[in-house]
Design a protein around this ligand. Sequence first.
Ligand code: GAL
Length: 666
Amino acid sequence: MLIGADYYPEHWPASRWETDAAMMEQAGLTVVRLAEFAWAKLEPEEGVYDFSWLDQALAVLSAHGIRAVLGTPTAAPPKWLMDRYEGMYNVDGYGRKRGFGSRRHYCFNSPDYQNAARRIAAAMGAHYKNHPAVLGWQIDNEFGCHNDEVCYCEHCRREFVRWLKIKYATVEELNRAWGTVFWSQTYRSFDEVILPGYAQCDGENGRNFCHNPGLLLDYMRCRTDNICAFLQMQVDALRQAGSRQPVTHNFMGTYDRIDYFKLAKGVDFVSWDNYIRHQWQAYPFEEAALAHETMRGLKKKKFWVMEQQSGPAGWSVMGDTPRPGQLRLWSWQAYAHGAQAIVYFRWRACLFGAEQYWHGILDYDGVPRRRYREVAQTAGELTRIDTLLSGGMPVNETALIKSYDNAFSHRFQPHNPKFDYNALLLSYYEGLVRNGVSCDVRSIDDDLSPYKLIILPAFQLLTTPMAKKLEDYVSRGGQVVVSFRSGAREWNNQMTERTLPGLLRDLAGVTVTEFNSIFYGEPIAVQGPHMAATASIWCDLLEPDTAECYARYAGDYCEGTAAITVNCYGKGKAWYVGCDLDKDGMAVLLGDILKGAGIAPPVRGLPDGVEAVLWKQENGRKALFLLNHAKTPAVIPASSFSCNLLTGEPVSGEWTLGGYETAVLG
Ligand code: GAL
């Protein structure tokens, strides 16, 4: 277990470094991330490198037992570089150059930028390949962070054309896949193809870029490939320079505008940046949990948190200061879901720059106070428990399937202004948490056989092999849950002409005779023997073929029509959920589904706000993390666990877990 901080020695006089390193050591920190925005200091002029300051910082840190992940600094190209070559800036959908003055102002496909990035990566690789304190690399910083996953420059258009030629071979095939006969968009050659930038309908009806859906989807798929290639180019540069240190990139949790399953293939380990409450948003604990699960799912192994919030956070205004106990709780949550390193952002609040308000463990004055002490306490506890549980892993019997292709498609045409693919995934995840269990996050391409239950909400882009895989899975005894819009489109983003739910119709044993986007209408009640819920976004009107009805609509014109069904298929069952559900309704539905699938929570009847994460240790024994996200104490029901490994105290019968407290039961 590694605990550390994101450290910016270049922001402080060298005379302070020793104090910082000693304080870090004192708090039990053993790793820092350095230099990911320091290009102008590392290469002040083209081809002139200065690693002396970084060498010196590493020497000070390593004397205190602290090792480093070095960032390749390509998220912050310096002014001299941007001035020197044409066409390196990112260009927005209106054709405007997104200029200098912040960061991430570059185009992934600019050959000049690629050369400059390759050179700095190679120079750093050559210099640090044998450095004992350099334990790895972070390539760039948060691809896509400032909407730069898209760019509309001529380099990008040419790259898109190249990509399309490989995919479609003939322009006729492209025209067919995209349906360009609509509105006379037929292309006579690949070179005529456009990027989905500013067009005549832009801005009408409150939605931008009303483009061909096939083009939009391929554009996003191409962007993922471009970004993966940019990452790989830097990895190759490091390797060719002789560096063998492992490589990561800091992902952004539930962000879904890059296919993270693909991006993760290019790194040795996944890391991500976890901010729970800041200027722009405060996430419910379930969302942080789902993000951790997604990150573990990308490579199916433990991951790092490369930036963990450690203070009040914002750019122009500040989010709330984390309350006493919250930094510790968030760290335990990360660990429970599989973090093998937690690096706090940032060591100390900076006196200058755009992130003056983004606080760290220390405030501006650098004096250790409450947050420093809390980090130190957490570091000690985590290290101790990690030794005890070494080799343990979270274990789940349910998999939630995330599809980035589907995320892209839903983003452009969400069906209903209230619909959000991520929010739908989260509503299923919250329903599981309410039933005392967690789940793994998987791609449809993964092996699903270890799971008793798999859930694929709004899986609208679907192929025949995928549908067959689901049928095989269920016929062998698995249970599957699909929701409204599943099976509604072909893989190229065209609507399917099959009767809905399309390729899933046999499996679900149901026909969608009609659907209703709840736009101007009132929410519709959904009732079943166990359920009194509400749908407020979407209603599929279902006609069971071989399925049984689980719940019906009560109200509006669909009164009495089936809303949720379950179909016996082979040895398993397929659930079709034709609508969205409020939180209580989702918890009831998933409670019934889990029960039927033989998935029991490790502790029954946990109060709301308490999260349970189950681990299996190498010796086969189980450990259970209980995290109380509420500030008030929670009463924990009796379970088969007998000891709280964190306090060393026995547990039996009903007991109380303090506000923001964690227990590790064994
Ligand atoms: C992350 C980023 C950091 C810092 C932090 C706070 O997105 O990687 O460099 O900017 O947010 O805004």
